[in-house]
Ligand binder design. Structure first.
Ligand code: ADP
Length: 708
């Protein structure tokens, strides 16, 4: 292309020559106008410059941000607004622009006309001419001072919270926060706690110079806070309203000082600004925090006060937590002292059966060297040295340990356990173990508390008593049997002689002898049961027939009550006919005995699925719910001072209950005081296909029976 041709082409691309060109020129001018308006009204400072760094445009927002007018700025080097130490940074930016790179959200600092600094976020793009050559840069600057301040505040507060959470010792808590506040927020940080009587106690005083801290403390001792002062910490504590002193002119110090010496000291501090905020915990003012600016020359404003109040709020909560923790710790220590002194062993189990607490007695009882050893030993290990037995001397299944039963859902569990050294046979010790759950907020078992009460001595005495009863009953049996024999002989002789009166006395004597025989055999039964020696002769028993026979026998002895049978079970049960008969005699005679004003006793028979149920209902004095379980214990009698006493030993129900349990059955009572009582006996039915097998097993049992 020749020079002329080139010139013509250039002209045609720059100058409108046709009507169409003119139209597009107008459109361009319109667009330019729109851009200019946008730039002028933008809240962000928009500045353009050449690649040599000379400012070429400066919008209204730039005037506001940097303090220079467009007239003052345009034509000046951009370094006008760049702090000297950042000039190199500008070179770096220009270098990137020359390569056509854009710079996005670059955070830096710029200078205002008044010399103050402003934090900005810059976005810079290269400006190209029509040929695509980079000729300068357009820069958008956004003031991020506020954003940075908010961010810094958030960070500060989260640091404060972290510090507050790091300790539950309140002195330490306050000292930790002091390290953050000084020097970030204040030159001095003072915490005064106030007690219920309004008395202030200087609790924390921080400054970067320890010498100054010492000086300030002695000054405070000389001039403590006057609780009645009309302003300052005293008022903040009284009104719970924070105080902000953006500036502290000398007049303020003069008004506050109590005398010349205090004024001189206050002046010596060199106050610049101060904030006093209340420390509030659970709605009560517990102190005041003072943030004081001195040598930093800081001037606090409302926004700083909001931050200071937030610090006060968080410190207040932390102090309250620390106080609560201290109180909980104190009561825990006291409780521990008490529990450690208790003679019973106390063990606390976690839901996974781990021991989380044990007292000294528990350590002693489990032969452990220390409480720590108890806690470190898995539960199975604690009792593995022993064979466990129950009251009857049978092996005690470990799955029945009371804490495991509670963990499995029982509301309370209790057991008497004997501990036998493996292989030794005789129990070394006995304990009554009780467990109950502590429920968590979710209603689930959070822990199980187990109390182990040493009953070795009691069991030894009981054993001796059982042995004595057993021996004595045996000894009594012989003379009573011969007495029975002699009454028979005597009866025959008196009958021959026709001595009616003699026979009358003899029959009364014979009845008393029968009573004595029953009593002796009942006593024998209890001791047999206790020693685990009660044997059963089992055979299929026709339950309905047994009831008919027993009712008939008891009816013969009663002229006051009628025993009425309702229903039929129609089944056989496996059992010891004599022993089961003993159970029903007991229930019938009790029903008569405890319903002196009534005329009948109802005996109901029914079959309920796999079990036969016999119920005995009377219309007598009834039994309060509180005793429904107790009456099945050995020697237990309900004693009520208002009621007449009934003769007896309190062993009939115990024996009956044991016999039914030995038949895999259940026995219980339904009653309330004054409304009669109904006793129930449930026994498993004998299934026809079981018969043969059961009988042969029973025969075997018979051979081993120690029944005497
Ligand atoms: P006892 O020889 O005292 O009758 P038991 O073991 O048979 O001994 O009964 C225990 C206690 O249960 C009795 O002392 C009595 O207080 C109460 N009791 C038993 N049966 C009845 C009943 N049918 N009505 C009211 N109380 C009863």
């Amino acid at each position: 292309m020749t020079k002329r041709q080139q010139h013509a082409q250039d002209r045609s691309s720059t100058w409108p020559s046709t009507a169409a060109d003119l139209l597009s020129l107008r459109r361009l001018e319109e667009e330019l106008g729109i851009y200019k308006a946008i730039i002028a009204s933008s809240d962000d400072a928009i500045v353009s410059k050449t690649l040599d760094g000379i400012i070429t445009s400066w919008n209204h927002a730039a005037e506001n941000l940097f303090g220079y007018t467009a007239q003052e700025a345009v034509g000046q080097p951009i370094t006008l607004i760049i702090p000297a130490e950042l000039h190199l940074e500008e070179k770096d930016i220009i270098g990137k622009l020359r390569q056509g790179m854009r710079i996005q959200h670059y955070e830096t600092v710029r200078l205002r006309k008044d010399g103050t600094r402003v934090e900005v976020s810059l976005s810079i793009s290269p400006v190209k001419d029509r040929a695509g050559k980079i000729i300068g840069a357009a820069k958008i600057a956004r003031d991020i001072t506020e954003r940075k301040r908010v961010l810094a505040q958030e960070q500060f507060l989260s640091e404060v919270s972290r510090m507050l959470a790091s300790s539950l010792d309140y002195q330490e808590t306050l000292a930790n926060v002091a390290c953050l506040v000084v020097p970030q927020l204040a030159d001095w940080y003072v915490v005064d706690l106030v007690d219920a009587s309004g008395h202030f106690e200087l609790t924390e005083l921080a400054h970067k110079d320890p010498e100054q801290v010492r000086w300030a403390r002695t000054m405070r001792e000389r001039y403590p806070i006057d609780p009645n002062a009309p302003a300052g910490a005293a008022r903040v504590a009284r009104t719970r309203q924070a105080e902000l002193y953006t500036e502290i002119p000398d007049e303020l110090l003069q008004a506050r000082a109590r005398n010349e010496e205090e004024l001189a000291l206050l002046r010596q501090i060199g106050y610049s600004s101060a904030m006093l905020v209340p420390l509030v915990a659970r709605g009560k003012t517990v102190g005041v925090i003072s943030f004081v600016a001195t040598e930093s020359g800081k001037r606090y404003d409302e926004r700083d006060l909001v931050l200071a109040e937030e610090v006060g709020r968080r410190v207040g909560i932390a102090l309250d937590n620390a106080r609560l923790y201290r109180e909980v710790q104190q009561s825990r220590d006291q409780l521990d002292i008490i529990l450690q002194g208790v003679a019973d062993g106390i063990l606390v189990y976690a839901p996974d059966s781990r021991i989380i607490y044990a007292n000294e007695a528990a350590a002693r009882m489990t032969d452990s060297a220390s409480i720590q050893q108890v806690q470190a030993t898995p539960q199975s290990g604690l009792v593995s040295r022993y064979e466990l037995i129950d009251e009857q001397g049978r092996p005690f299944p470990r799955s029945q340990l009371t804490h495991l039963r509670v963990l499995a859902g029982e509301r309370e569990a209790q057991a008497i356990i004997g501990y036998t050294k493996v292989g030794s046979g005789q129990p070394e010790s006995w304990s009554l173990v009780k467990s109950c759950p502590v429920l968590g907020e979710n209603g689930k078992v959070a822990m199980v508390i187990t109390i182990v009460h040493d009953i070795t001595e009691r069991m030894r005495v009981e054993r001796r008593k059982d042995e004595f009863i057993s021996m004595m009953s045996h000894e009594l049996k012989t003379p009573v049997t011969s007495l029975k024999g002699f009454t028979n002989i005597l009866q025959r002789r008196l009958t021959k002689q026709g001595d009616a009166q003699g026979l009358h006395y003899l029959s009364r004597m014979d009845a008393q002898l029968d009573k004595l025989t029953r009593l002796i055999s009942e006593l024998l039964d209890t001791s047999r049961m206790q020693l685990g020696k009660l044997a059963l002769r089992t055979e299929p028993v026709d339950l309905d027939g047994l009831i008919d026979e027993t009712v008939e026998n008891v009816q013969a002895t009663s002229s006051t009550h009628r025993l009425l049978i309702e229903g039929r079970t129609g089944v056989q049960v496996v059992g010891d006919q004599e022993r089961l008969g003993q159970v029903f005699i007991n229930l019938f005679t009790n029903a008569i005995k405890y319903s002196p004003g009534a005329e009948k006793v109802l005996v109901r028979l029914l079959r309920d699925g796999e079990q036969a149920i016999v119920s005995v209902q009377d219309f007598g004095i009834g039994i309060d719910k509180a005793y429904h379980e107790k009456i099945f214990e050995r020697f237990y009698q309900v004693s009520n001072p208002e009621e007449k006493t009934y003769p007896g030993l309190g062993i009939g129900l115990y024996i009956s209950h044991e016999i039914v349990a030995r038949h895999q059955g259940r026995m219980w009572v339904e009653s309330s005081k004054g409304k009669g009582a109904t006793f129930f006996v449930a026994l498993p039915c004998l299934r026809s296909n079981e018969k043969a097998q059961t009988i042969s097993r029973e025969k075997e049992e018979c051979l081993h029976a120690e029944y005497s």
